[in-house]
Design a protein around this ligand. Sequence first.
Ligand code: CMX
Length: 433
Amino acid sequence: MAGLKDKLYSKIQEWRPRTTRLLKEYGDVKVDDVTISQIIGGMRDIKCLTTDISYLDPMEGIRFRGFTIPEVLEKLPKVPGSEMPYVEGFYYLLLTGDLPTDEDIKEVAGEFRKRQDVPLYVIDILRTMPRDTHPMTMLSAAVVAMQRESIFARDYHKLNKMDYWDATYEDSLNLLAKLPQIAAYIYRMKYKGDTIIYPDKELDMGGNFAHMMGIDTPYDDISRLYFILHSDHESGNVSAHTGHLIASALSDIYYATSGMINGLAGPLHGLANQEVLAWIQDVIHSMDGKIPNEEEMKTFVWNTLKSGKVIPGFGHAVLRKTDPRYTAQREFCLKYLQGDPIFKFVDLLYKVVPPILLEQGKAKNPWPNVDAQSGVIQWYYGVREYDFYTVMFAVGRALGVTANIIWGRALGYPLERPKSLTTEMLEKAAGIV
Ligand code: CMX
């Protein structure tokens, strides 16, 4: 693929001297101090990773290659007849840092189309898994099963270190092109009586996913929005960091992506979007199908907190304001889901939960994150099997994780290996033993 790959290579060549210079001439410059609470407390806020794909400001939220979410949605070329940009164009932006032209997008879309056929053994593997297997387990298994396809793993012994990114790029495009089809297949196999809808090779990634799910417009736009919003959130979150860590051992994209999917499947991370809908259904169920009023809702929130559980979809390890990914989806809901009872419920949660979390005084961020809103849209358009929601998150996250790994290889980021200390060493550092 001449255009994107050539452009990426020239960007890589421009960038390499910056990393080399920092490392060689300024390697001893101190950027951060580390406290005991950060060491015990999940390494919060320690500045120890580098990425230029996205940056997360605690107050403003995510920027992809310098662009906010509204800017990305406004500036990227749109799929004709729809409101949302091409996912393919967004991937071009993640990889190169430049906004694509229509021609650029056409090329990336053509490349994905060429590579999208899923090997039959993947379908066979999925079919042999018990049908009650979680769809995230199925997705992870499908991806790792395809590891035998890895060009990087095949050629590793022959490759020059400076060229690692190239084989990784090929693996990334090969995998990304297949992920929507694998995800849609899991959905139709598990919940729709194994009725496959084959891809339509004329469609873009988001449009094709909606087609293979069997859901009409505007679900194509929802899919585009969903994949873009979930793509990247800096490199420290569990899924992105897992992908990066695994790839740092020079494991290929298939191993790294399967691992990132496993991290995303945790209820404190990507699975929270499933948890939100499950929690809402529980509440509605215990109200005999009635949507609770504000006072009843407050009681449910407090009861959840008192039982020692978290309110899914609220709080964040880095953000300290409402997640702009939540806001982007809320705007979509305000346009298309007005009057929908579940949306009304979620909107009421927006009003009720933050003051309660503030009153409880534990969560550092009482505001909603992306997961509080995404399930509502899926539910409204007929995807009511909420254990599938995180699978779509994973398809989106693979865009960011692969872009990061390609760049990591291009810039020669080494094996990741932080240092551990014993509890006694920390006690000594604290001067208490
Ligand atoms: N409900 C109840 N308690 C919460 C809470 C919430 N939504 N968010 C944070 N807290 C609690 C924490 O559990 C913690 O309690 P303990 O001190 O008893 O352990 C305390 O507040 C401090 O936590 P924090 O520093 O504010 O948040 P963390 O960085 O530790 O955790 C997160 C961040 C997202 C895991 C947490 O806010 C949470 O569990 N939220 C609900 C799950 C969720 O929505 N996850 C999705 C996040 C987005 C994503 O990655 O997809």
